[in-house]
Design a protein around this ligand. Sequence first.
Ligand SMILES: Cc1cc2nc3c(=O)[nH]c(=O)nc-3n(C[C@H](O)[C@H](O)[C@H](O)COP(=O)(O)O)c2cc1C
Ligand code: SF4
Length: 385
Amino acid sequence: MGAQTSPLDQYPRILSPLKIRALDFKNRLFFPSFGIDMANPDGSFSDDLRGFYEGMAESGCGFLLLGNSSVSPQSILQLQGLRMHDAHHARAISPFIEYARQLGVIAGVQLQHYGAQATTQHITSGELLSPSGLGSSVFKKMDPRYAVREMSRDDIAQVKGQFAHAASLAHAAGARLIQLQASNGYLLSSFMSRHSNRRCDEYGGTLFNRARFLIETVQGVRDAIGDNAVLSVRLGADDGIGEAGTLPTDFEHVIPALEQCGVDMLEISLGTAETAFNVGRTEEMIEKMMSVVRVIREFSSVPIGFAGLVDSLKSAEEILSSGVADFVGMGRALFADNDLIHKTLAGRDAAIFRCRWDGQCSKDKFNPKYSRVYCCVNPKYIRPT
Ligand SMILES: Cc1cc2nc3c(=O)[nH]c(=O)nc-3n(C[C@H](O)[C@H](O)[C@H](O)COP(=O)(O)O)c2cc1C
Ligand code: SF4
């Protein structure tokens, strides 16, 4: 009988550690932000949400992100979405962050302002914020009172302050990884896009003006969290509308500026609510994702990763071997089976519940029948009929 191959022989790259600032990532796999909508109605971390994230912390990944933590009470997509604008929101995540730390897993917090991609149903101001007052057709259809206004300079200063405040709350709760959601058409990325940003002041027009809001937000957040914590930006590198929107090449000089302001890692993402990338798993979509990440890699000197249609450790290992990324996320694959990593390493591939890439979990978010996100294949989260 030949010698057995160890997991380290099979997956040397994904199982290798990575150190960024004071944080030791035990491997290169992560569970990306996945707003499953199981928080308490006041946006605080619930027992159900803790149960969900414990499954992810125990999955074998090196880090995970608590998804879509809204920085403002005036920016809410679902009532049961997570929030991070009050001290009690921070207190509620603290025990889980410590639990994950004891497992050797880094639990980060993704900070979110939904901008025009939200609804007015749960806010008191009546209007959503956007760079130039342009709305999203997807959200307009869902919300009869949908209204958006152009942000004033005071609004911009207030939102930057909200991101910094939320970051300091998350940091005080023990989070040593903070991610800013600057992709998928939400507020920070909508400033980058030529389509949604038509401003004529210092926050619109040229590339640097469009990047100003993000750069200044990064500066405020870095000041709030100090030197030891790791700051990640989830960067919307291509919003799917070509030269009229955001293109990967727009970031050639923006990324070095972000790095100079203290960004330590980048997670690349594509699409907006309107252009909805990444739903079906096709070769064309996989290649599109990889080609965008390749362009951004050329501009960056910090570790870079993405989540998008990765279905197995084998695919993740191939991606890292190709040199295109330093870490790889698995969202739906780990949602479909929290134990995918352990089962693969134990040679139990046949026992894995495989994601069908049917997009049903994304649809649950907007289905009034459901108050949370379910799965078609994972018995733990099976969708009720
Ligand atoms: C149900 C669901 C919820 C999601 N919630 C978030 C979120 O809170 N924040 C975010 O940045 N991305 C979110 N995403 C996008 C994922 O982070 C990820 O980019 C996407 O699912 C592609 O990765 P995958 O193919 O590995 O699932 C969500 C995706 C799904 C399917
Ligand atoms: S609902 Fe469907 S697409 Fe979403 S994780 Fe489950 S099997 Fe995959």
